[in-house]
Design a binder for this molecule. Structure first.
Ligand code: AHM
Ligand code: MG
Length: 335
């Protein structure tokens, strides 16, 4: 089988894309280089001193893992030099990161979760980098947050790198979803999953059911539906929850299913659940919609939400189309 590298794939698709100038290809190539560096470091976990906490607490109030910090630094260092960005935002930084004056700027805005699922690293569980790319409106300098807070529907590209049994890149530019696997012997991502489509009805539901007592009645009804027979499959779904969003999402994308992280009453400061709209929900929503699936907060299409804050949280129900429709039906009845 002829092997297509991600760079070849990007160049082939560049012609049909609105980013035909080549600047976008440059952006993704730099992102890929950063991910290869992170992948190399993640694969050494356990051998060198990269596991455990740094002792710091991030903007989300969470303990910062050494690899979180490493991945964040690599991404910012590489991407601020890319010459095509006007700003960067990360789950780990409270504010947007402005491009230093010595580097050229462009009109793309990049936001990422540098190492999603990082609380699992010490147990050798899959983690990943989730990214989302926007183009700022003409005339905007892109150095003010209000210029950068855009609906997910305005993303020009999104995807993730999954550091698992192999390292994968899955991305979309709005023309389907394509998956590439890193061949470590040549250091290239090769096309392994062209035109990914997710099944319309899944077989798996993924949720942290330990929060049952913190959920409202409709949320419990939804989870009960997937465990019972009143669901699109007509029989109980299997339960799978890794606790690493990018890994749970990837499995469900390929096999079909639904990932749920509902709002709960655990922490009055986080009534919208845990996951972040801009760096987690939006990019994965763009990918799943392009693969034929859907994503909602229970009421609205994730991609239609107008963000108000950089680190805004959102309830997330994402996966196979019919499974997400079931969630909306139950919440709709309860409203
Ligand atoms: P992180 O970005 O700090 O790693 O947090 C997000 C992670 C997701 O990967 C995962 O789905 C979720 O937290 C698990 O949360 P919980 O332990 O509450 O189930
Ligand atoms: Mg995350």
């Amino acid at each position: 089988m002829p092997q297509i590298t991600v760079t070849e794939h990007l160049l082939l698709h560049q012609k049909e894309s609105p980013m035909a100038s080549g600047r976008f290809t440059r952006l993704l190539n730099d992102l890929i280089l950063a991910a290869k560096i992170i992948s190399r470091e993640v694969s050494k976990a356990g051998l060198v001193d990269v596991l455990g906490f740094t002792g710091e607490v991030n903007v989300q109030g969470e303990q910062v893992q050494k690899l979180d910090e490493y991945a964040n630094k690599v991404l910012i260092h590489r991407m601020e030099r890319a010459g095509v960005l006007c700003a960067i935002a990360s789950e780990e930084n409270a504010d947007i990161v402005r491009i230093p004056d010595q580097f050229p700027k462009g009109d793309y805005f990049l936001i990422f979760d540098p190492l999603d699922g990082s609380s699992n690293i010490d147990a050798n569980v899959n983690v990943g980098t989730i990214f989302s790319i926007y183009r700022v409106a003409e005339g905007c300098s892109g150095d003010k947050l209000c210029d950068l807070l855009m609906q997910g529907a305005k993303q020009v590209a999104a995807g993730y790198f999954l550091y698992g049994t192999s390292t994968m890149l899955v991305y979309t530019t709005g023309r389907g979803v394509h998956g590439f696997t890193l061949d470590p012997s040549v250091g290239e991502f090769l096309l392994s999953h062209p035109d990914i489509r997710t099944p319309e009805t899944g077989k798996v539901y993924s949720v942290n059911e330990a929060y049952w007592s913190y959920w409202d009645e409709p949320t419990r009804e939804i989870v009960s539906a997937f465990k019972g027979t009143d669901n699109p499959r007509g029989q109980p779904y299997g339960g799978r929850y890794i606790g690493s969003l990018v890994a749970d999402f990837h499995r469900n994308l390929l096999y079909g299913g639904i990932f749920l992280y509902p709002a709960d009453t655990r922490d009055p400061k986080k009534p919208q659940g845990k996951l972040r709209l801009l760096c987690e929900a939006n990019p994965l929503a763009f990918v799943i919609e392009q693969a034929g699936g859907a994503a909602t907060d229970g009421e609205r299409d994730i991609l239609s939400i107008e963000p108000e804050e950089l680190h805004q949280r959102v309830p997330l129900f994402i996966g196979s189309k019919n499974d997400v429709a079931k969630v909306m039906e139950i919440y709709g009845r309860a409203r």
